[in-house]
Write a protein that binds this ligand. Structure first.
Ligand code: ATP
Ligand code: MG
Length: 259
């Protein structure tokens, strides 16, 4: 029987290749994400995970292949257009502004949606945020578990909370597809578990599709519906997490052992 989630996918990448000098980072790779589906991407270092991510976001141009998002071809569109269409992401390197509070970070993300003029005007304090904007900020702070820290400057935050500010910023755009590259890097076990639980909440509350590139298999396992394994720029396996991790081919490539 056809899987209803994947029979009309939200994102479809077909035959994408990307070369850097002599390195074939992606080789005729095809990849899709269903509506509301969460997909994990794992694979050894250098497998092409970040390259795939960057090609989907528009940070890197494709050598070959196509990317279709919600029925529209996007592989020639700039990053900001893809973002406006509903592809959200968090940054691997945190980009937070010293002296600004947690809530202000989300507010700027909200106002940036309305266009540059609004953003600059508000940064110059000529016109405060609207009640609707403040309400939206509160909702998202709640969603990412930062309501208690709303008025704290970001400077003093630990990495776990700073990551959540990043996530909150991405969620302000109400993305239909949320893309995360190694969101657990540098987090301890408790922070990673909290992140996993918030990602599950986001999916439950908003039906957001998720692409999660991640080394931490526990995090991947607890968030995604399907796991893809990349190896040397190719898709080695894709399927339910337990099934994929049990495959001898995957164990050999990813864990260095087939047993
Ligand atoms: N801008 C670049 N210039 C040259 N080579 C690059 C560039 N970006 C990636 N590569 C190469 O492409 C291949 C895939 O890299 P990529 O960063 O996509 O791997 P990855 O799966 O994300 O690895 P990791 O697990 O270490 O993050 C690697 O061989 C890498 O050295
Ligand atoms: Mg990477």
């Amino acid at each position: 029987m056809a899987d209803p989630v994947r029979s009309d996918p939200l994102l479809v990448a077909t035959g994408i290749s990307k070369q850097f000098g002599g390195v074939q980072a992606l080789f005729e790779l095809s990849f899709d994400v269903g509506r509301g589906e969460a997909v994990g991407i794992v694979g050894p270092n250098g497998a092409g995970k970040t390259t795939l991510f960057d090609c989907l976001l528009g940070l890197e141009a494709l050598d070959t292949g196509t990317v279709v998002f919600d029925g529209v071809r996007i592989d020639r569109l700039p990053v900001w257009k893809r973002s406006r269409m509903g592809i959200g992401r968090t940054y691997q390197r945190l980009e937070l502004f010293r002296g600004m509070t947690v809530a202000d970070h989300l507010l700027v993300a909200e106002q940036a949606k309305a266009g540059t003029f609004r953003l600059w005007r508000d940064l110059l304090h000529r016109g405060g945020p609207t009640a609707a904007e403040l309400r939206h900020v509160e909702e998202v702070l709640e969603l990412v578990g930062l309501a208690d820290l709303a008025d704290r400057p970001v400077d003093g935050l630990g990495l776990g909370h700073a990551r959540l500010v990043e996530l909150g910023r991405a969620m302000m755009g109400a993305p239909r597809l949320l893309m995360l590259d190694e969101p657990s890097s540098g987090l301890d076990v408790a922070e990673t578990e909290r992140l996993a639980s918030i990602l599950r909440d986001i999916r439950a509350a908003q039906g957001t599709s998720v692409v999660l590139v991640e080394h931490d298999l526990r995090l991947v396992e607890s968030v995604v519906d399907r796991l893809c394994v990349l190896n040397f720029g190719r898709m080695l396996a894709s399927g339910p997490v337990a099934e994929v991790l049990a495959s001898p081919e995957v164990r050999l490539a990813y864990l260095g052992t087939s047993r």
